[in-house]
Design a binder for this molecule. Structure first.
Ligand code: PLP
Length: 832
């Protein structure tokens, strides 16, 4: 048995147990942590104890670098990016941190020497599911790249006690289970009980005159809660820079509590405590109709208010007068969820700091930048004026005043154009009056950006056209990216290793453009063979996981055709299942038919209240059930639904895909980032001209991308000409047969009603034009099959896809934000 060595007997020249990076230091640290933090001997340690000891071993090394970063940032008064996001979908930390520390190999060797199963330790980590999907994951990739690019930054968000629900599949249906990710403790966060701010709600406002006789406004709220900071250090890859992710937890206000006790209302105080804590209790799934509206608005204000108070505190403590606030901080609003920050900063500067409107507005407008993430009108956030006024009466006054001044500006520019004034107003007047959060964000920001070239153009010409007419210089594009650390090095070590060998070094990890080096090897049979081995090994790993978790067996030799993302009609998972049904019918009708064998792998969650999306999940599972049990076809095609698609499971999927399905209706997907992750891992894309697909295709070359479907213009034309899905159904016998097979009850044990809401919707409305793209999609899948039959050709295309993905590193995206939007320079923190 090894007992920890007391400090006095340790060799003074030996590396420090908490900071050393050698195998020996890591082993000693692990044993120390197991004993002193988990209180365990190695003989009785549980898998969770082992994970915690390993996590603390990594964390000590992060903290060492964090301290140096904090000192550098403080003494240089560094300009700082504050990334405000209601979601951070981080994924497991441990391996990512080991990679960024550069100690993966030493850690593996340390584990082996101690007879520990390194992979089992990694598997033990439960991911913090603090986001829904792409938007939250983008924030997490940006945090990694901000540190790697050495930009001083703070990520601000909410420490949800329950993240996005865990998805189970029962009888083919999605079942939601609550995500209790904090149950076993979170070794990556540091609670900061002293960093705490009051957050106010409700009540009314009063006008008064201050000592200098100036007219001021006082907010008399009727609820006060506290936000307490929890800090997670975010280390960059191969650098000394560590940024901070600061998440807020809601707690009962200490002063409020105290009052209740004074008047003897003990139960009232306890009740207030519970009510306060509900604010950061749960992450709301998006695409939910009207669920928990008031609480969601409270959540948004909660984290925005804490974050701005924190920035003001930091500024007053370091730089000084608030006049320079916008020089010290630039605040990026990740979608409109944090856009209350515009009104809250105005309130803090005026009501709390005594500033006049004009200087406060000048600071506010120089501080914020806003990223738009959606063109779907139903996804643009608005809040009813009634609810807004009830929760945030002072902010409504401020919004009205911003609006009054803004609409005067519009009237001056566009004399007599009152319909434009109504369209641009921060308040929608038709029906129940509502506050338009996107308008508030645009008016209060100095830069607005979309997330892919096509998306940014559509933002300027559709939803924010009027604003673009007024302020064309405000509008930018920054195409999204993903971090190659997590989505290549961490999740696909075999590929990373091969790329490093072929490229000659591993500089591509921080400079993804260097992947171009692979191009000249795309036709090299030896490289192709190793490339294929790497892919097959990843497919084997995924097959093992899927067998263990779903019971479905897949043959790693067949094409893995993968569609994994949130379920939404615009993403058109139902188009893909129609193709599966078509393959099935062809095989049944013509058993001798030559068909490229495929495994169709689906994954993704649907919002709990999104009935059609959940029905599509049920349909996929029902089709899978029939196909996988039909010996006449199951040698050629199989279908499997991976339950609980999240970052951790995504990391199993991206490396194993041969074909990546990116089949949204053109003009609906803002960017997509799943498309990038797949392609970076050597999958070929079948996709529409939507979001970042357009740019991926430009980069990899049209000949290395399977394009199908209508363009944005064609979609528009078809819609304005009167789209009639019923006619398409009647005009295409195969399509008709596929939909009729669903209606026949074959996939529902004879129940002809189960899928009716879906088939009826497709035949009579089809808002995302599945039927219009069906034939083009099938034809394109034929082309995919033809290329698959030529392995050398497929491998070449796969290698070229990876070689040309350099643009889609989130490092590139962050550099563009830094130069074009934030005007901030890197500030390197020395290693050691
Ligand atoms: C990348 C990612 C997404 C985004 O996928 P899209 O295909 O761009 O919609 C969603 N969820 C998770 C867990 C991801 O990692």
């Amino acid at each position: 048995m090894s007992t920890p060595a007391p400090a006095e007997t340790s060799d003074p020249v030996r590396e420090h147990t908490r900071t050393g990076l050698s195998k020996a230091a890591l082993m000693q640290a692990y044993i120390d942590n197991l004993f002193y933090i988990q209180g365990r001997f190695r003989e009785v340690a549980t898998p969770h104890d082992r994970y915690m000891a390993a996590a603390f071993t990594a964390r000590d090394r992060l903290l060492d670098r964090w301290l140096k970063s904090a000192q550098v940032f403080k003494t240089t008064h560094a300009r700082t990016v504050c990334y405000l996001s209601a979601e951070f979908l981080l994924g497991p930390h441990l391996l990512n941190n080991l990679v960024n520390l550069g100690i993966t190999r030493a850690s593996r060797e340390a584990a082996t020497e101690m007879d520990l199963d390194f992979n089992a330790i990694l598997e033990e980590e439960e991911e913090p599911g603090l986001g829904n999907g792409g938007l939250g994951r983008l924030a997490a990739c940006f945090m990694d790249s901000l540190s790697t690019c050495q930009i001083p930054a703070i990520g601000y968000g909410i420490r949800y006690e329950f993240g996005i629900f865990d998805q189970a599949i029962e009888d083919g249906w999605q079942v939601e289970k609550s995500d209790t990710w904090l149950r076993n403790g979170n070794p990556w966060e540091i609670p900061r009980p002293k960093i705490r701010f009051p957050v106010l709600y409700g009540g009314y406002t009063q006008s008064y005159q201050d000592q200098d006789g100036r007219a001021r406004t006082r907010w008399v709220p009727d609820q006060e809660i506290d936000g307490m900071a929890y800090d997670t250090p975010v280390l960059g890859y191969g650098v000394g820079n560590v940024n901070l992710l600061r998440l807020w937890k809601a707690e009962a206000s200490q002063s409020f509590d105290f009052q209740a006790f004074n008047v003897g209302d003990y139960y009232g105080a306890v009740h207030a405590k519970i009510e306060a804590e509900t604010i950061s209790k749960v992450l709301y799934p998006n695409d939910e109709p009207e669920a928990g509206k008031a609480l969601r608005l409270k959540q948004q204000f909660f984290f925005v208010s804490c974050s701005l108070q924190d920035m003001i505190r930091l500024h007053l403590n370091t730089v000084g007068p608030l006049e320079t606030f916008a020089d010290k901080f630039v605040v990026q609003l990740n979608d409109t969820h944090p856009s209350l920050a515009v009104a809250e900063l105005m309130r803090l500067l005026m009501d709390e700091q005594g500033m006049e409107w004009e200087p406060a507005w000048d600071i506010t407008r120089r501080t914020f930048c806003y990223t738009n993430h959606t063109l779907l009108p139903e996804a643009l956030e608005t809040w009813s004026v009634n609810l807004f006024e009830r929760l945030l009466p002072r902010h409504l006054e401020i919004v009205y005043e911003i609006n009054r001044r803004f609409l005067d500006e519009v009237r001056m520019r566009f004399l007599g154009d009152e319909s434009r004034v109504a369209r641009m107003s921060l308040i929608a007047e038709e029906g129940v009056r509502r506050v338009r959060m996107a308008h508030l964000a645009v008016v209060g920001s100095r830069a607005v950006n979309g997330v892919a070239a096509l998306h940014s153009e559509l933002v300027k010409t559709t939803i924010l056209k009027d604003f673009h007419d007024l302020w064309p210089e405000k509008f930018h594009n920054v195409t999204n990216g993903v971090t190659p650390r997590r989505f290549m090095v961490v999740s696909n070590p075999r590929l990373a290793h091969l790329i490093t060998e072929v490229c000659g070094d591993d500089r591509w990890i921080r400079d993804l453009g260097r992947l171009r080096e692979l191009e000249s090897h795309a036709d090299d049979p030896e490289v192709q063979a190793r490339w294929r081995q790497v892919k097959t090994a990843a497919k084997q790993d995924l097959a093992v996981w899927l067998r263990q978790n779903t019971g479905v067996e897949l043959n790693p030799a067949v094409m893995f055709d993968v569609l994994a993302k949130r379920f939404h009609e615009y993403k058109r998972q139902h188009l893909s299942i129609l193709h599966v049904i078509r393959c099935y019918q062809r095989l049944k009708q013509n058993p001798g038919q030559e068909m490229v064998p495929r495994a169709f792998v689906f994954g993704g969650k649907a919002a709990p209240g999104y009935y059609l999306a959940k029905l599509i999940i049920k349909l996929i599972n029902s089709v899978a059930e029939v196909i996988n049990h039909d010996p006449q076809v199951n040698g050629s095609i199989r279908v499997v639904f991976m339950p609980d698609f999240n970052v951790k499971n995504g990391q199993r999927l991206y490396p194993a895909a041969d074909l990546s399905e990116q089949i949204s209706l053109a003009g609906k997907e803002a960017s997509g980032t799943g498309n990038m992750k797949f392609s970076m891992n050597g999958a070929l894309t079948i996709g529409t001209l939507d979001g970042a697909n357009v740019e991926i295709r430009e980069e990899v070359g049209a000949e290395n991308f399977f394009l199908f479907g209508m363009t944005v213009d064609e979609v528009r034309q078809k819609q304005s000409a009167g789209y009639r899905p019923w006619d398409i159904y009647n005009g295409d016998p195969e399509l008709k047969a596929d939909i009729d097979l669903i209606s026949s009850g074959l996939f529902s044990y004879g129940d002809t009603n189960l899928f009716r809401p879906l088939t009826d919707h497709l035949l009579h409305q089809d808002p995302f034009m599945v039927l219009a793209d069906y034939r083009a999609y099938l034809d394109c899948q034929e082309r995919v099959g033809a290329v698959w039959r030529d392995p050398a050709q497929w491998d070449r295309m796969s290698i070229l896809n990876v070689a040309r993905m350099g643009k889609f590193s989130s490092d590139r995206a962050i550099r563009e934000y830094a130069e074009r939007i934030w005007q901030i320079e890197p500030l390197p923190v020395a290693l050691n």
